[in-house]
Structure formats: C-alpha cells, structure tokens
Design a protein around this ligand. Structure first.
Ligand code: ADP
Length: 759
C-alpha cells in the first residue's frame, strides 16, 4: 500500500479515533455532569437525613427525659396514694362508729375495727364474708337483740332491707344494750358503704327525756289536782271565815269590832280572789277554760264593775267616769262573768295605780255589716303612774309587774293582765295599751259580740220643754261626756265649770240644770239653793252624785227634782229626763222601766238588783195549828263549821232545817224527812254529793217527784259544774256561801203548800 494511502488511512483512522475520543469525552463529560448532579442531590438528601436524624435524636432524648419524669411523678403519686390510703384507713379506724364496704356481690371488702368489734373477734368475719352470713352470725351468736321478732324474721327483714336499692336506716339493739344505727349507701357499681353509728348515748338520753317528760306531765297533772284540791281545801275553811264574818256583822258590834269583822271578811275575799286568779291561769294554761255564753246586758255589767270600784276611787279622790255610747245596743251574747272579770281587772288596776285625777271608761261599738254582730271597744283611761315604755309588753306576761319602787307599794299577783289578755283572745278579741310614765295609761280591748235578739234599750227623746240644758261640773271630761250625750238627744247645751259660773250663765232660756254634786267652793246642793234663792224656782235641777246614800236626804227639800247616782245608766238618765220634762217618750225603757219621781228617787243598782230577787210578800209570822207547814230543807255538809255557818245564815227564816253529815245520811234523810229543797255539799266522806244525788234521783224514779237539789261546792275547776249538773243536781253554788244567795234559792223553791218565807 502506497504510503499516501497508508497515510490517508492512518489519517482517517486517527480522525475516526479522534472523533471517537471526542464522542467518548462528550459522553464522559455528560456522564460526569449527571454524576455531579446526582452527587449533589445525594449530598442534599444526606444533609436532610442527617438533620432528621439529629431532630429524632433530640426527640428521643426529650422523650427519654420526660419518661424519667413521668416515672418519678408516678412514684411520687404512688407514695401519695399510699399515704392518703394509710391516712384514710387510719381515720376510718379511729372513728368510734363502724365502717365497712361491700362489693356488688354483697361480700365484705373492708371494715374498720369498730365494725369488726361487734363480732367479738370472730375470725370468720373478714373481707370476703357475705352480708347475709354476717346477719346469720349476729343471730346465731346472740350478738343482736331481735326484740319481738324471732331470729329468722329478723334476718328476713334485714335482708329485704339490704337488697333494696335505697336501704332505709335502721336501729339495731345489741346484746349489751348498746344501739347501732345502720346507714347503708349503695354506689354506682353496686358497692355498698355501710355505717354503723353508735347511738347508745342518744337513745339513753331520749329515754331519759321521755321519762323526764312523763314525770313532768305527771307533776303537771299533780299540780292541777293540787290546785283543785287547794281550792277546795282553802275555800272550805274560807267559807267559815267569810261567812262567820258576814254573820258577825249582823250582830251588835262596836265600831272597832265592826272594823275587825270587815277586815276579816275583806281579807278572806281578797285571798279568794288570788286563789281564783291562780286557778284561772292554770285552767287557761291547760286549755281547759270554756266560755259560757248567754244573753247579757253590757251596760249593766260595766256599771256593776264601776259601782264596785267606785268607793275605792272616791276614797282616793279619783273621779270615775263612764261614757257609754248613747246609741250602742246593750244586750249582747257573751260570757258576762268573764267580761266582768276583765273589766274588774282593768278598771281595778286603773284605780289602783291612780292617786289623783280620773279613771274614764269609754264604750263604743261598731255594728257589723250583717247587723247581727258588733265590735265592742272598751277603753279605760287613767291619770295614774303610767308604765315605762320598755315594760309595756312585759306586763302582759304571767306574774309580771313593773318592778320599781313605785309599783312595789301596790299589791297584786301580776296575773290579772295575763288572764285578761287570754280571756279576750279566747273571745276572739284583742287587748291593747298606751301609756306614758308619770302621765297615765289607757288599757283597752276589742271584742266581737253577737247582739242579743229582742229589744235593745230605746233611744230617748228629750221632752219638748227641755231644750236648753245647763251642765255644771268641775271636771271638764265629765262635762264633755254629758254635753255630748245631751247634744245627741238634740239639746242645746251650756256648760259651766263651777257653781258661780253657772249662776252667771243662768237665764230664762235654760230648761234644765244638770249638776255634779261634789264641786269645790260651791257644791251641787249649794248651787241649787243659790238658784232657788236667786229666783229660779221652777227650773228642774238634776243632781249627779257619786254618793249612793245621798239621794234620800236631799230630794225632799224641794231644791232638787232628781238625783242620779254616778255613773249614770242610760236608761236611768232617759227615765229621769222624761220624768222631769212634760213628755214621756212613747217607747218605754226596757231594762229599768221604773220612772223616778222627784220625791221617790230611783233605787240604786244594788237596790234594784236586790228588789228583783226578793219577791215574796211578808206575812204573819205566827202560824196557828191550821196554818200551812214549814218548808223542809235538808243541808248535807260534813264540815261542822260550815254547818254552823249555814245554820246561822238561815236562822231567821221560818223553815224546818235538818243536816246530814254525809251522802248516806242525806239519802236517809230524803226518805225520812221528805225535804222540799236540798243543799248538797259535793265532797263528803262515805258517799259524796253527786252519788247521793244519783241515789235520790233513782228513788224518785218515775214517781214524778223531783226535789230541787242545789250543789254547794268548793270546787272551782272548770268542768265541775258540768259533772255536777250531769249527776242530777239542779243548781250550782260555789263556796264561800252568801246569805243572800242561799235565801234566794230557798225563796225560789218554796212550795205552794208551805208557809211563805219570812225573815
Ligand atoms: P297586778 O295588778 O296584780 O300586779 P296585773 O297583771 O293586773 O297584775 O298588772 C301587771 C302590772 O302592770 C302591774 O303590777 C303594774 O305594774 C302594771 N299596770 C297594770 N295596769 C296599770 C295601770 N293602769 N297603770 C300603771 N301600771 C299598770
């Protein structure tokens, strides 16, 4: 081969090799670039992975740290739980009461020592034992006192209670007289927490309380019985004391002796008032006081109380005034005895605590809408010592008095207001008081009372010729009461505060002078004299006097045309006005129909009351053989003093009296003596008055005979009267006996065929 060819060939081969080299280099550099890229990516990836690994490593470290903490916390918590559990158990162990808890399967999970002690160390009673087995052990070992139940019944009862969703607490009694109160509380999962509270001391305390209460109640009953007895025991001899003093007063006595006899009587009566107060209070306390309602005259009731207290007030120079609403009805239905008792207490206190000035009683009333009832308001105002503000409520409590120097000089039990308040409340009313220390007090009460059916006193009309009235009274309040009343009757009124002022005011227009009696400087009688001497001869003169004996002395003197005793009853006033004028009202007064004339003064209340009760006319006291027989009276009374008192009280009567010493003798005397009237003591030995009366009523049988029997009793407890009347007695008198009342009973029962009773 030519050299050129060879050279060309070599060249071509070199070119091809160079090209291949270039190619391979290009490939190599491409591969290199790729590798570089890959290496970069890988490097990045390695970097990221390395970062992740670092984070993870950190996290692992953190978790490891936390884990350590949790572990230590857990340890601490476990320790705490152990401590708490230990404390809890310690506490549960130290409590005196039993504590246990049971699982839903009624198996014991745990119990404190107090709980387990009940079982006296029986090893069987440990966690795992069932409740029913525990009950079985309690009965089998005689640990529980099942009382009236037999052991099977008791367990059944206790099991039924245990399985109920909410077991009721139960008290069980153990053999040693200790008491456990079981309180079982069921939880959500059926677990039961069981408490056994030792209530031995409170059970014993309750027992003690019960016995103490029973003892106190027995003592209270004994107190009531004692009070009833005391009342009887004191009243019986008191009957002798007061009755004999009354009889002594009927004999010839020197002034000194009369003073002694009066003192004995008054002291005895005062003692009886105290006994009655104490009795009343204990009756009210025991809710045994019953009101006896009847138709009664309120105005008369008030009048009687005022008349009773008037002498005491007059002796002290205290004026007593009554302002009874002129148009208020007077007949109501209520318990007059109790209303009188309240009035006597309130008015009595007013008089007692007032040294000078007045005691004024105001009575008003508001009739109810139905017209059947009336709200009566009674206010008693005095100008006495008054009551400090902080004591006002205190005085209505029992035995409470205003404890100060001034008060201590007054006698009293401190029961009056407490009784009055309770009595008024019993009547559905209320009591109130207003008082200012040193100025006076005003006590009052309101009671709703039904108005009695029938006639109420009429409302007077002033006679037509008495149109202008001159009222003379030194006491402004008295003047204004009278003025108001006269004005309500339609009169023109002129008032004068003294006799001399009256003389100045006197003129021809005056048709009537109403004057107080006791006035300073010129009294009522002197005024009448002066008027007559001054030429006023015709004008009628009505004198109001608080002196009950005065009427008879003055009316004969032609000076005065009428005298009324203060306080004046409305009917008396109306009648007197009618008599002094020319026109008598066409509707007559009802309660006191007697119209007094100038020379026959009206009887005082006491006189008119007495005249109502003594009706028989006097007769010849010396009966001949054909004259009717004497009235036969049997008195059964075991007490010799009281027999004597009774005998003396009737000694002036023309009666045939026989005494029996006990019930048996009374029944015998009923057969032998055929009495027309029997006075029967209730408490007598051998046979009491009630039994004797029953025997007599048996003997009378259907014979048509019925001898009146009057119970004489010292019993003042409530309910006695009912028992006595139920035994067949017809009437009821409480000792001490009063001559007038005994005479009244005798006169009421005098038979037609016997001689009328003559003193
Ligand atoms: P007593 O009058 O028997 O002490 P009361 O219960 O009637 O008992 O009265 C209680 C007390 O109330 C009296 O002791 C007296 O302190 C006071 N008191 C009652 N009424 C009045 C009155 N009108 N004025 C002043 N004090 C009075």
């Amino acid at each position: 081969m030519p050299k050129s060819d060879r050279l060309a060939l070599e060249r071509r081969a070199r070119l091809a090799a160079e090209r291949l080299l270039e190619l391979k280099q290009a490939e190599l550099s491409a591969a290199n670039r790729k590798l570089g890229r890959h290496a970069l990516a890988l490097t990045k990836q390695i970097g990221a992975t390395q970062a992740e690994v670092a984070t993870f490593r950190d996290e692992v470290a953190t978790v490891r740290g936390e884990n350590e903490k949790v572990k230590s916390d857990l340890h601490v918590a476990n320790e705490k739980i152990e401590v708490a559990e230990r404390r809890l158990w310690h506490s549960i162990q130290t409590i005196q009461d039993g504590f246990a808890f049971f699982g839903a399967d009624s198996k014991l999970i745990g119990a404190n020592t107090a709980y387990l002690n009940t079982f006296e160390g029986l090893e069987e009673v440990t966690p795992g034992i069932s409740y029913m087995r525990i009950l079985q052990i309690l009965t089998d070992e005689g640990l529980v006192n099942t009382g009236q139940h037999n052991p099977d019944e008791w367990r059944q009862m206790m099991t039924a209670r245990w399985v109920s969703p909410t077991p009721e607490p139960v008290v069980i009694r153990l053999w040693n007289d200790s008491y456990l109160k079981l309180i079982d509380q069921r939880g959500h999962g059926g677990d039961v927490v069981s408490l056994a509270l030792d209530i031995t001391s409170s059970v014993h305390y309750e027992e003690e309380l019960r016995t103490s209460r029973e003892r106190a109640e027995a003592a209270n009953r004994a107190k009531s019985a004692f009070l009833a007895n005391m009342s009887h025991e004191i009243r019986t001899p008191m009957n002798g004391v007061v009755g004999m003093a009354e009889l002594l007063n009927d004999t010839d006595l020197s002034d000194e002796q009369r003073l002694y006899a009066d003192t004995i009587k008054n002291s005895g009566e005062a003692l009886l008032v105290i006994i009655n107060d104490v009795l009343d209070y204990s009756k009210i306390e025991a809710d045994k006081l019953v009101l006896h309602s009847e138709d009664f005259d309120m105005e008369r009731c008030i009048h009687e109380v005022v008349m009773l207290l008037q002498p005491t007030a007059r002796d002290k120079g205290v004026a007593m005034l009554v302002d009874y609403d002129l148009f208020l009805p007077t007949r109501f239905i209520g318990d007059p005895g109790r209303i009188r008792q309240v009035l006597t207490n309130l008015v009595g206190n007013a008089v007692k605590f007032t040294k000078a000035g007045h005691v004024a009683l105001r009575v008003t009333g508001v009739p109810g809408e139905d017209g059947a009832n009336c709200a009566i308001h009674v206010a008693i105002e005095d100008t006495g010592i008054g009551i400090p503000e902080d004591k006002i409520q205190h005085i209505f409590g029992e035995f409470n008095q205003v404890e100060d120097e001034r008060n201590r000089q007054f006698e009293g039990t401190g029961l009056g207001l407490a009784i009055s308040k309770r009595l008024i409340e019993l009547m559905g009313g209320s009591v109130w008081v207003d008082s200012e220390q040193g100025k006076g007090s005003c006590f009052g009460f309101r009671v709703p009372l039904p108005m009695a059916e029938g006639d109420q006193p009429y409302t007077a009309e002033l006679p037509t010729n008495l149109r202008h009235v001159l009222i003379v009274d030194d006491l402004p309040m008295n003047c204004s009461i009278l003025q108001k009343q006269m004005q309500m009757l339609g009169a023109e009124v002129t008032t004068a505060a003294s006799g001399s002022e009256a003389l100045q005011l006197m003129d021809d227009t005056i048709d009537l002078v109403i004057s107080d009696h006791h006035m300073p400087v010129m009294d009522g009688v002197q005024l009448a004299t002066a008027l007559r001497q001054g030429g006023w001869r015709e004008v009628p003169f009505l004198l109001l006097s608080s002196n009950s004996n005065f009427a008879r002395d003055t009316t004969t003197q032609n000076l005065i045309q009428g005298v009324l005793q203060k306080p004046v009853l409305r009917n008396d006033l109306f009648s007197k006005l009618a008599a002094m004028g020319t026109v008598v009202p066409d509707n007559k007064p009802l309660a006191t129909p007697e119209v007094a004339t100038p020379d026959t003064p009206p009887p005082s209340t006491a006189e008119s009351a007495a005249s109502e009760t003594t009706e028989p006319a006097p007769q010849d006291p010396s009966p001949d053989s054909s004259a009717p027989r004497l009235m036969r009276i049997l008195a059964a009374e075991d007490n010799k003093t009281n027999q004597l008192v009774f005998r003396k009280m009737v000694k002036d009567l023309n009666i045939d009296i026989r005494f029996a010493n006990n019930g048996i003798e009374a029944v015998e005397a009923y057969n032998d003596f055929s009495p027309d009237l029997i006075f029967m003591d209730i408490s007598m030995p051998k046979m009491d008055g009630k039994q004797a009366t029953s025997e007599i009523r048996n003997i009378e049988g259907n014979s048509g005979r019925h001898v009146p029997i009057v119970a004489l009793t010292a019993h003042a407890m409530n309910g006695d009267s009912e028992g006595i009347l139920a035994a067949g007695l017809d009437y009821y008198l409480t000792k001490p006996l009063r001559k007038a009342v005994i005479h009244q009973q005798i006169e009421r029962h005098v038979p037609d065929e016997t001689q009328p009773i003559q003193p």
